[in-house]
Design a protein around this ligand. Structure first.
Ligand SMILES: [Ca+2]
Ligand SMILES: [Ca+2]
Length: 313
């Protein structure tokens, strides 16, 4: 490994010349090169693997030994490039179809929507260890991408991404198609929120996938600032490996959460009543290791959203 540390340029020269012969492994044992475990093979995986080879990062996970020869080297980097240039891996949609006839429809597969805007230039503080930057939202791979990375402005350690509606929405059915981030210390979310900044009581309904275990989803809600309604639901799949539909039905006397169109949990006590903004965000925690596990600094990390719908009922 030391030679790689000494001269990255040589590494990549070797890599380019070796690419023609890299994809020669046993097809049965070959991995696709999804280094960051987000269900797609793209330039981010090549970047993560390059950083590992050059000693810039000790982080390596997932399907790193792409050619299955029990060695992590430039041949694997070549195979990753080969896979994403050939577009051999796409994100699978396991969810329900978007309700095109809903009261409000934000179809991110078609790009930006006037219903939402990106939070920009402030931090929530508290357990949020990042600033919100509009630069961390983008439209790639037919989806809204929310990406946590090092702060491009250098003012904070990390920059997270948050999308929110301009308008407020009340009782009704909320849904999104989301692929979450798998990484300790990270939250990928979909929720409604209003609070002091809107001159309202703090009312919130949450769907949060904790990157420490993406086979579960946490539901929660706040009514006039009173929370402690956390419920962890076992998904039976890995939310980082594809799109699934997550939603909730907000009524006066109960909230029912849905996964892929199936009702999975209902809460009845002290239900919130104040219309809020529909929001999604990705962030890294601080001081909440018991909840999220410690964040290891791995970047970039991207959650993807195909669409959001709200149907008044
Ligand atoms: Ca990947
Ligand atoms: Ca290998």
């Amino acid at each position: 490994m030391k030679k790689y540390l000494k001269n990255g340029i040589i590494v990549f020269s070797i890599a380019l010349s070796a690419c023609a012969t890299a994809v020669i492994a046993n097809a049965a044992t070959q991995k696709n090169g999804d280094i960051n475990n987000d269900g797609i093979v793209n330039a981010q995986d090549a970047g993560n693997f390059s950083d590992y080879l050059l000693g810039k990062s000790s982080y390596i996970s997932g399907d790193a030994d792409v050619n299955a020869d029990n060695s992590l080297d430039v041949f694997d980097l070549c195979a990753i490039r080969h896979n994403y240039l050939k577009n051999t891996s796409t994100i699978t949609d396991y969810g329900t179809p978007m309700n095109k006839n809903a009261t409000a429809v934000a179809d991110f597969t078609a790009g930006e929507t006037p219903l939402f805007f990106a939070s920009d230039g402030w931090s929530n503080g508290s357990c949020f260890d990042c600033v919100w930057r509009a630069t961390q939202t983008s439209f790639k791979d037919n989806a809204l991408n929310l990406t946590l990375d090092k702060d491009p402005k250098g003012e904070y350690k990390y920059a997270g991404a948050e999308y929110r509606t301009k308008d407020f929405y009340g009782y009704g059915h909320y849904e999104t198609s989301m692929q979450a981030i798998k990484n300790d210390g990270i939250v990928s979310s979909f929720f409604t929120y209003t609070g002091e900044s809107d001159n309202n009581p703090w009312d919130e309904i949450d769907i949060e996938i904790l990157g420490k275990d993406t086979t579960k989803v946490q539901f929660n809600y706040y009514t006039n600032g009173v929370g402690k309604h956390e419920y962890m639901y076992d998904l039976g799949f890995d939310a980082s490996k594809g799109y699934h539909t997550y939603g909730f039905d907000w009524k006066q006397d109960h909230i029912t959460w849905y996964v892929d169109g199936k009702a999975v949990y209902t809460a009845y006590n002290n239900i919130p009543s104040t219309p809020g903004k529909i929001m999604m965000n990705v962030w890294n925690g601080t001081g909440v290791d018991d909840w999220l596990k410690p964040y290891n600094g791995n970047t970039p990390l991207t959650a993807r959203y195909q669409w959001v719908t709200y149907n008044k009922q």
